[in-house]
Structure formats: C-alpha cells, structure tokens
Design a protein around this ligand. Structure first.
Ligand code: C5P
Length: 399
C-alpha cells in the first residue's frame, strides 16, 4: 500500500509537450490508491485530451472558470478537496504567473486558494529553463513554501539536449511519497511487532496453539506504517495479509522461530511491541511420525518456550518496549509486576472478562499501564486501539 492511498490529489496540467506524460502520472496515482481530479489550461488541451485524463482519473476534467451552462467551477472547493496539489508540467508562463499572483484561469485561481501542500514540476526548453526570470519564479515559489520537483536532463522536444525535461512520472510519484512520509511522526524510525499465535509441533500433523487471530498485531503494524515507520512484523500463522513497501513480514510457526527472528532485529529498532500470544509451553519431544491412536493414556511432557519479551527487556538500550497482558485474576497487580519484570515502558492490559475484547474479535478494550499511571479506554475497533497505543508511544518518543 502506498502512503498516497486514499489521498486526494489535484493535478494541474499546463501547455507543454510533457503534458502527454500526465496520462501515465494519473495512472500511477490511481494505482497507488489516490483519488485524482485534473485541471487543465486551454493550451494543455492541445497536448493531451481532457477525455484521456477524465477517463483515467474517473473524474471530469475542468479547464475554465465556468462550465457550458455558465455554472461556476468552484476553485475554492477544489482547493479544499485536495490533500495535495501538483502542477505538472508547469510551463515558464504558468510559473511566472504563479510567482506573481496572477489568477486569470481556473488552475491559477485554484492554486491561489489551495491550502494544501503544492508541488510543481517544471518542463520547458533548456534556454527558457536557464533564464533568470524562470529561476527567479522558481525561487519565489519555493520561498512561498511550494515544493519544487527538479526537471531532468536529456533530449528535449526542440531537439536540443539539456536540462528542462519534466521529471518522469515514476520520479514524481516517488517524490510525493517520500515527502509525505518524511513529515510523519515515525518517519525514519523502525518498529518491530510480534503478532498472532505460535504453533508448537507435537508430531507432523498436530500442534499446541491458541485462538489468537493476529488482528491486534496487524492493526498495530498498519498504524505504524501510516505514521511513517519501517515495520518488521513477525507473525505466527494467521489468515491476515498486509502488503507495503515499508513492511517486512516474517512468517514464523513456533515460539523458538519467533524468538530467533525477534532477537536478530531488536537491536536495530526504535520501538518493539510484543502482541503475539506466544505459547508458554511446547512438547519436550517432537515425534517424527504421526502418533498412532491407542487405548491407553498418552502423556505429553511440556517444556517452557523462550520468553521473548523478557529477553528483549534484558537487552533493551534506548528502544521503547511494549508488552501485552491478558489476565484472568488480579489484572492490574499482575500486569504491573510484568511491567517491572520484563523491563517494559508500558503494558497493554486486555481482559478476558470484557465482552468484545480479546481473541478473534474485531474490537478490544484496553488499559495502558505505565510505571506511574493507568489509562482506561472504551471498547473500540482494534484499529482505534492501535491508534491509542501509538498516541502513547508518540508521547514517550517526544520526551
Ligand atoms: O508473561 P506473559 O506471557 O503473560 O506476557 C505476555 C506478554 O509477553 C505478551 O506481550 C506476549 O507477546 C509476550 N510473550 C513473549 N514470549 C513468550 C510469552 C509471552 O514475548 N514466550
């Protein structure tokens, strides 16, 4: 999933030959899950048809201040709709008008009223690009807080070779993604999360496991990604899926495998959350062949699995370390003692007594227990619970 997923992108297209590339640009934004609306100048319509861009964006393309019935195309509303405005390609002419506050078409009036971040990707012939007035326009726009997507060098439509080609659509998308990510509170930080159950093999077909679905851990991973983090999700067997270029998903089966994975990543992460329901015991002996049914009693000897969270607590340097607790009695006391014993920054307590909390449900009711505080929350979706947990992490992170 791209960070642009669900975002509203307003694309302004002006009249340069690079306008033909906006068809690819719109496709890439749509593929990233963004919603796109396009505004064109009259001159841009000579280079790429509004029909092409309206078909690809699945929205009408606007180019004048009024429509055919003389209804006003509300530029203020368009500006407010947008999470980002991108003007690509932007010609020397539009650059200069933007820099001077000229507002003689829909694109410029929308630009002037937009409150969202504005990106611009110039495209023009090399001498126009080199001209002092063009450089001055770019500097002015950057000083106004707009974001400049530098043109590339190469063959130009005039046949000349030099700087002035609009950045490639892929580069523009990457520029936006990186810029959006870099403003998020967990940008540059890595988060390791353990999730799901573990399966402890008895023989080739049987195991000791539990009812954990992995939903809480996956919701935490999704939230961390949305906050801009790089995420390592170490998950026991689940049916859940999550794809994101900033996610490393490590599928494990047993507590031992989860332990090995957690051990190898912990040192280099900033935040670790143990939300997995790790089996506390495993069969001492694993049978190579399926155990045959017999009439007499079968005794399995169990040995403890490694306590992953306790190990992480003992190795902790500057990481924020968070554990989960599910208690059936003396909840607060037990959770507090776990907080100390495992050297945690806070522990998330979920109760089996609450309806709609715990395994397999989509909701959870938690309490966050820190060294000197207990925060109580209502029953919420696991996504909202994950947001509450990260709110607390962000508070600690900013200290
Ligand atoms: O001590 P208890 O097992 O109840 O602690 C629960 C917390 O410890 C959870 O955060 C769970 O993910 C973690 N845990 C672990 N390794 C184990 C058992 C529990 O990381 N073997």
């Amino acid at each position: 999933m791209s960070i642009l997923s669900g975002k509203h992108i307003l694309l302004g297209v002006t009249g340069g030959i690079a306008a033909y590339k906006t068809a690819f640009l719109v496709r890439l934004f749509k593929k990233a899950g963004a919603e796109v609306k396009v505004i064109m100048t009259k001159e841009a319509e000579e280079f790429v048809t509004p029909l092409t861009l309206s078909t690809l964006s699945e929205n009408p393309v606007l180019s004048s201040l009024t429509d055919e019935e003389k209804n006003w195309n509300n530029h203020v509303e368009l500006g407010l709709w947008a999470d980002f405005m991108l003007i690509a390609p932007v010609t020397a002419n539009t650059l200069s008008k933007m820099a001077s506050g000229n507002a003689d078409n829909l694109l410029l009036t929308t630009y002037l009223s937009a409150k969202c971040p504005v990106y611009f990707a110039p495209a023009m012939d090399l001498d126009m690009y080199k001209h002092k007035s063009t450089k001055a326009s770019i500097n002015t726009l950057v000083n106004y807080g707009n974001k400049f997507i530098k043109p590339g060098s190469g063959e130009l439509a005039s046949g000349l070779v030099g700087e002035g080609r609009m950045a490639e659509p892929e580069e523009i998308v990457q520029f936006l993604e990186k810029d959006v990510l870099s403003q998020l509170p967990l940008y540059g930080q890595s988060v390791m999360i353990t999730a799901g159950p573990t399966y402890e093999a008895i023989d080739p077909v049987r195991f000791i496991g539990n009812h954990s679905s992995g939903k809480m851990g996956f919701a935490l991973a999704e939230t961390a990604l949305k906050l801009g983090a790089e995420v390592i999700l170490i998950s026991g067997p689940t049916n859940l899926k999550l794809v994101n270029s900033n996610l490393k998903l490590i599928a494990v089966q047993s507590a031992q495998e989860m332990f090995e994975a957690a051990k190898s990543y912990f040192e280099n992460v900033d935040i670790a959350i143990a939300s997995a329901a790790v089996s506390d015991y495993r069969p001492k002996q694993q049978f190579d062949d399926k155990i045959k049914k017999k009439t007499e009693l079968l005794t399995l000897e169990l040995e403890p699995t490694p306590d992953i969270l306790k190990y992480l607590g003992s190795q902790k340097n500057n990481q924020i370390l968070i554990g989960f607790a599910l208690e059936t009695s003396n909840e607060i006391e037990n959770a507090k003692s776990k907080l100390e014993r495992k050297n945690l920054d806070f522990i998330v307590l979920n109760s089996l007594k609450d309806k709609g909390a715990g395994f397999k449900t989509d909701t959870n009711r938690i309490r966050i227990i820190t060294k000197d505080d207990i925060l109580r929350f209502d029953i919420k979706s696991k996504t909202e619970v994950a947001a509450d947990i990260f709110d607390q992490i962000l508070k600690m992170n900013s200290k």
